[in-house]
Design a protein around this ligand. Structure first.
Ligand code: PRX
Length: 656
């Protein structure tokens, strides 16, 4: 772990104009102008990308003020799975819709659009046979297997919002989300492969359901056989996926939804300890997923798109499932890790499948970079046209490596900025029209208005640095936080009147390019996973030997940010060890939240009103011992020296 030093590339920002043509630039400029002059006309036109049972006649009727109301295409009616499957049956029934690559060599499955349609229909009928109805929530807790994508579309087919949960959540975390969402069924796996390890899925759900007790609404647990490991099955509640779909019909009448009916809920972290379920609506989301994916990754016949994101993230929803399928392309899913069972695994997949667009996260790019240039060099990566990245800031250095070593300076690097709440790309280049700048997510897509404000929410003009806000609604905007509209309004719409505040800091340069500087709230972005500092602190608080804790994010070479936790123990200390606390966090939040370091300290720095001064803790965690800036808000400044001494003592004892 060390702080990131500027690289030569960062010191010499450059513009890369590869592939930009006047024709495409003119078309792009015309689209931007259309979006600005007639937003309703612009979005009603984009709405034609998908199939409606009843076409919408109005675009947005949203308002960012008052109670905040986000509504799009309100009189339209549709089913999301029809736009992903049925509409393609005439033209491309025999084209692969999904290529699934397993972790084990040779483990591979291809489903054409016709086959995927059949699988989804049978799964949808199976869910209906269990009594799952329109509006019921269904939790999906699966590794990267085809059944994940199939289950999502099956839920969409019957109008049951899916709630996809990350395999790394702890049973407590799953339980909290099951209770909050009121899910009536869970689709899970026996166990999952993760390199040489096995990740328990079914037993995690069993434990989660025990925690949820009688408050939970889950009636059935459906178990996909992924590894074949033995798992306990509870009579009357648990059922094997294969048994369930075995005798189901391949015809399933889609449930026709109102545009504003929810398509899915997706949990993400905010500044409080309670994860929030972001709600996305059917019509707007489908238009938006189709538009953003189709604009940023234009697909040609025979293309194969590979987004490496887990389907439990918004990137997986929009760029593995809905975006690619709505655009009629072939989507690739890979079960395993980038370098398992050997380095070069990803490049082998690209070569064999002639992947045309790869979309991954900076964390993976940094890890692959570490393996050196030789591995990618031995594979034929010439099929690649676009190289996507999102989820975290990418340094100019990693950007250049991606561009030169993987793309051979031929493929465009597409850095896109978005969030669970935006559901699709807000900032990103349009290939052929937007010159690239390494490290910048470039500019807003046509139809989107963004601003930079000062910390009071006042709009800044020209080159400026400040807070990143969006000025008008977009079709894929989150509608609310599940059962907590007040939190939705307060989190995103009170910072600057009439604007959506993203929670991110940004710099706009003299060419109008945007450079994301990171989160401005108490959210840590570890390898692209959003984790609220309060989630970690709440998890620690359950241990009664501890008085209080503060978590901060520090720079980390590989993960982007790493977590450091400062803990004050109760008077007796009773033999608490940092590793015990790390274990409590992994157990209660999840393995992905495991801290880099836990420091036992005598006191936390606080303001006179009792607020923890994280800024100072962050600096101390990064090894700073002086020049802390203005400390006048501290209730007691002597705490600084004590903290530095506590930290130094523990770092030293570790080195002995
Ligand atoms: O801080 C921004 C960062 O990831 C956050 C959103 O995370 P999540 O809801 O998981 O959605 C990820 C969708 C890609 C943002 O608030 N972020 C996302 N993309 C970028 C980014 N930071 C810098 N550059 C990006 N391209």
């Amino acid at each position: 772990m060390s702080s990131v030093t500027p690289t030569p590339h960062e010191l010499q920002p450059q513009i890369i104009i590869a592939g930009v043509t006047p024709g495409q630039t003119a078309a792009y400029d015309a689209l931007v102008a259309f979006g600005e002059s007639d937003p309703d006309g612009f979005w009603l036109n984009e709405a034609k990308r998908i199939t409606w049972t009843q076409d919408p006649t109005r675009a947005s009727t949203s308002s960012f003020t008052g109670d905040v109301r986000i509504r799009w295409f309100e009189d339209g009616r549709l089913n999301a799975s029809v736009s992903c499957l049925d509409r393609h049956l005439k033209e491309r029934a025999d084209q692969p819709a999904l290529i699934w690559e397993g972790e084990t060599d040779g483990d591979r499955r291809t489903l054409t659009y016709r086959e995927l349609h059949t699988q989804v229909s049978r799964t949808a009928n199976a869910l209906r046979s269990l009594g799952v109805k329109k509006g019921d929530r269904v939790a999906i807790h699966l590794p990267m297997v085809a059944e994940g994508l199939i289950s999502m579309l099956a839920c969409a087919r019957i109008g049951a919002p899916h709630v996809v949960m990350f395999g790394g959540f702890s049973p407590e975390g799953i339980s909290e989300r099951l209770v909050d969402s009121g899910a009536v069924a869970v689709i899970t796996a026996d166990t999952a492969r993760r390199g040489s390890k096995r990740i328990p899925h079914k037993t995690a759900i069993d434990q989660a359901l025990k925690h949820a007790g009688t408050i939970g609404a889950v009636r059935n647990v459906i178990v996909v056989t992924v590894t074949g490991d033995e798992v306990p099955m509870k009579d009357g509640r648990d059922i094997r996926f294969t048994d369930l779909i075995k005798n189901q019909s391949a015809d399933c009448e889609p449930e026709i939804m109102n545009a504003e009916d929810p398509l899915f809920l997706l949990y993400t972290s905010g500044s409080t300890g309670k994860p929030k379920a972001i709600v996305h609506a059917t019509g707007g989301y489908m238009v938006w997923a189709s538009y953003t994916f189709g604009t940023v990754y234009p697909q040609e016949p025979g293309d194969v798109h590979w987004c490496t994101a887990d389907i439990a993230w918004i990137t997986g929803h929009s760029c593995v499932v809905y975006g690619p399928l709505a655009n009629g392309t072939t989507t690739l899913m890979y079960e395993g890790l980038p370098s398992w069972p050997r380095a070069g695994r990803w490049w082998d997949i690209i070569q064999r499948n002639r992947v045309t667009s790869l979309f991954t996260a900076p964390t993976a790019i940094r890890a692959l970079m570490r393996e050196g240039d030789d591995f990618p060099g031995t594979f034929d990566l010439s099929s690649l046209r676009s190289l996507g990245t999102a989820g975290e800031p990418i340094s100019a250095d990693a950007w250049m490596w991606y561009y030169e070593v993987i793309g051979k300076s031929r493929a465009a690097v597409i850095d896109t900025w978005w969030q669970t709440e935006t559901a699709g790309i807000i900032l990103g280049p349009v290939v052929g029209a937007t010159p690239m700048k390494p490290g910048s997510a470039t500019k807003p897509l046509p139809g989107i208005g963004v601003v930079v404000t000062d910390d009071k929410g006042n709009v800044l003009e020209g080159a400026a640095e400040g807070c990143f806000c969006i000025t008008t609604s977009w079709p894929g905007q989150a509608r609310t936080i599940w059962q907590d509209h007040k939190r939705f309004r307060e989190t995103y719409f009170t910072f600057s009147e009439g604007k959506y505040f993203t929670g991110d800091g940004v710099r706009r340069d003299e060419d109008g390019y945007y450079w994301i500087t990171g989160r401005m709230d108490d959210v840590i972005n570890v390898s692209g996973h959003r984790i609220g500092t309060a989630e970690i602190e709440d998890a620690v608080a359950v241990d009664h030997r501890l008085a209080e804790a503060a978590a901060v994010g520090i720079q980390h070479d590989l993960k982007g940010q790493g977590i450091v936790v400062f803990v004050v123990t109760r008077a007796s200390r009773s033999g608490v060890r940092p590793e015990d606390i790390a274990a409590v966090i992994s157990r209660n939040v999840g393995r992905y939240a495991a801290p880099e370091k836990v420091y036992l300290v005598s006191e936390l720095p606080k303001t006179r009103s009792g607020k923890i001064v994280r800024r100072l803790l962050r600096k101390i965690a990064e090894g700073q011992t002086g020049e802390f800036g203005d400390l006048s808000s501290l209730a007691d400044t002597s705490v600084v020296d004590t903290l530095i001494a506590d930290v130094a003592r523990q770092n030293q004892s570790e080195n002995v």
